[in-house]
Design a protein around this ligand. Structure first.
Ligand SMILES: Cc1cc2nc3c(=O)[nH]c(=O)nc-3n(C[C@H](O)[C@H](O)[C@H](O)COP(=O)(O)O)c2cc1C
Length: 227
């Protein structure tokens, strides 16, 4: 399978990417898949200009000549796309959102009413083969609503979607938190194996991956103590 990983953390030592890396170890444990990792922050991806030139030429490319067209080629050719990024102000980081906005050339103007009542643009080709996994880390402890905006955006944007939203991810780069972080990384590797076998994750597995490493009160106390 062709796996495209869009790493949306701007940091060299991404908390979230540690999880994604552990997941990939399970997903590609036999090394038989073709994995491409893109550090999106290093790419030249301008914001969408809203010209809709892509809907005139309908060739799956954007009018802006920068790094996005090569990403669109990889995107439409993938079997699995993993979006790995930190939660920024309840959504995805702006450089990654620019990439998402500029996937518009993969659909056309024609609108379709779906059985669930939503309205979509018709895809340029049959992309139903593509499975999407979102792995997002965040700095807060677990609280109802932190990921709500992101979840709605992803549900409306992607087909065959699984999402894993992980609280307290800065702990992943704190050496003395390893006793809490390492078991989570092991769960991500196991989840990668599950995903390879079924191209989805069970609700039980997602709950295990999203389980806070330490209680919220301890996390908040430790963060505030370091100030
Ligand atoms: C601009 C900015 C906005 C952020 N917004 C949120 C937020 O809305 N909710 C949250 O829980 N954490 C937020 N965080 C914290 C990051 O999600 C957190 O530090 C994460 O672990 C960073 O992951 P990375 O190392 O993979 O980049 C924000 C951080 C930054 C820099």
């Amino acid at each position: 399978m062709k796996i495209l990983v869009l790493n949306g953390s701007p940091k060299k030592k991404s908390d979230t990417f540690r999880l994604t890396d552990a997941f990939l170890k399970g997903l590609n444990k036999d090394g038989k898949h073709d994995v491409t990792i893109i550090d999106v922050i290093d790419k030249n991806i301008a914001p969408c200009r809203g010209c809709f030139g892509c809907w005139q030429q309908l060739d799956g490319h954007c009018m802006i000549q920068d790094d996005q067209n090569a990403i669109l080629d990889l995107y439409r050719d993938s079997d699995i796309i993993i979006w790995s990024f930190p939660l920024y102000v309840y959504g995805m980081p702006s450089h990654l959102k620019a990439l998402l906005d500029r996937t518009i050339p993969l659909v056309q103007m024609k609108m379709v009413q779906m059985p669930d009542g939503t309205v979509r643009h018709e895809p340029l080709a049959d992309f139903s083969r593509i499975h999407t996994l979102v792995i997002s880390g965040c700095g807060f402890p677990d609280w109802e609503g932190n990921f709500d905006g992101l979840k709605i955006q992803c549900k409306n944007s992607f087909g065959n979607l699984d999402m894993v939203c992980v609280p307290e991810t800065p702990l992943l780069n704190v050496p003395h938190a390893a006793p809490f972080a390492d078991p989570l990384l092991e769960r991500f590797t196991k989840a990668g194996e599950e995903y390879e076998a079924s191209l989805t994750l069970s609700p039980e597995t997602i709950a295990e991956l999203e389980r806070p490493m330490i209680p919220a009160e301890d996390y908040i106390r430790n963060v505030n103590r370091s100030l």
